[in-house]
Design a protein around this ligand. Structure first.
Ligand SMILES: C[S@@+](CC[C@H](N)C(=O)[O-])C[C@H]1O[C@@H](n2cnc3c(N)ncnc32)[C@H](O)[C@@H]1O
Length: 284
């Protein structure tokens, strides 16, 4: 592996002997490492050379596998990567003192959400009960258990992702604090239990607001994520949350709102922290 500053010149030097000269400018200038798996954006003009380009990047950077970036899709947010080099895409990514084991080729892990993962470690309180409705591999809730000793119920419906969630709970030594459930959160039976609810999901999160309200205790905080077309901001996504909450007999108070990242052209991934209370039950 080379030092960061030598990486690009070294790659260029090696590939200048193999690629047509005009194509050197098309080489990727940015990449992402998740554990020791490299995610590389490769432009179409490099198609005939993509495997060799991936191999050179992997050897110089020190990665065991290289994936070409695709789009994340579907209900279980599966990434759509092309494996360009190597074979083993299971790795352990360490961030903010938390170990995340995952299969990078098959499970979403967005480096752009790092601030939110760190923020969740900051807002959690020791002993409170957090229900993570879309737990994934524990992206948002592992930091809360690891750093704040919050108790967590982590619900994940995809069986493959769930295996890593369970492994990560043990890997981080928080098995006394975190309880994983491999189920659809709509079937989660407990009501009125959570001090905090995580809704780390996008596109269709609004459909799950009634379930989140039923899981939340009176006065709980819900971290409501969604994707919002720019033209509907800043009213959305809180306006929809408030409307649904009112229809179900709750007051919703916006505590905080943050833009996490650009999701698509003109569409932003936003999180709103909302305190919910049953109508007529405040200040009792
Ligand atoms: C995009 S990942 C988010 C991970 C993490 N919460 C975050 O924000 O970084 C969403 C996860 O929710 C799971 N999921 C989707 N619908 C679900 C449902 N109805 N019940 C439980 N899990 C669900 C998916 O399988 C996926 O692993």
């Amino acid at each position: 592996m080379s030092g960061t500053r030598e990486i690009k010149p070294k790659i260029r030097r090696i590939l200048s002997r193999e690629l047509p000269p005009g194509l050197l400018e098309a080489l990727p200038k940015h990449w992402v490492m998740v554990g020791d798996v490299l995610i590389l954006p490769i432009r179409p003009e490099l198609e005939p050379y993509k495997r060799r380009v991936a191999e050179v990047y992997a050897r110089v950077i020190g990665a065991k596998a290289v994936l070409r970036k695709g789009h994340i899709h579907g209900e279980t947010r599966k990434p759509n990567y092309e494996l360009l080099w190597g074979s083993d895409t299971v790795t352990v990514h360490v961030e903010n003192g938390v170990k995340y084991k995952l299969d990078v080729a098959k499970i979403m892990f967005s480096p752009a959400n790092v601030k939110e993962r760190v923020r969740m470690a900051g807002v959690a309180k020791p002993g409170e009960l957090v229900v993570d409705m879309f737990a994934g591999i524990g992206h948002l809730s592992l930091p809360m258990a690891v750093h704040k000793k919050a108790r967590v119920i982590a619900i994940e419906k995809d069986p493959y992702t769930f295996r890593f969630l369970v492994e990560n709970i043990w890997l981080n030594g928080v098995q006394e604090l975190m309880t994983p459930y491999n189920m659809d959160n709509r079937d989660f039976p407990a009501e009125n239990v959570a001090d905090r609810v995580l809704m780390g999901y996008v596109v269709k999160t609004a459909d799950f607001i009634p379930k989140a309200l039923s899981i939340a205790k009176d006065g709980a905080v819900i971290h409501y994520h969604n994707t919002v077309p720019e033209k509907l901001m800043p009213e959305e996504p809180f306006a929809t949350f408030k409307k649904v909450a009112e229809d179900y007999g709750y007051e919703a108070e916006k505590l905080n709102e943050l833009v996490i990242k650009r999701y698509a052209p003109g569409v932003w991934h936003v999180v709103v922290d909302v305190r919910v209370s049953r109508k007529g039950e405040q200040n009792l």
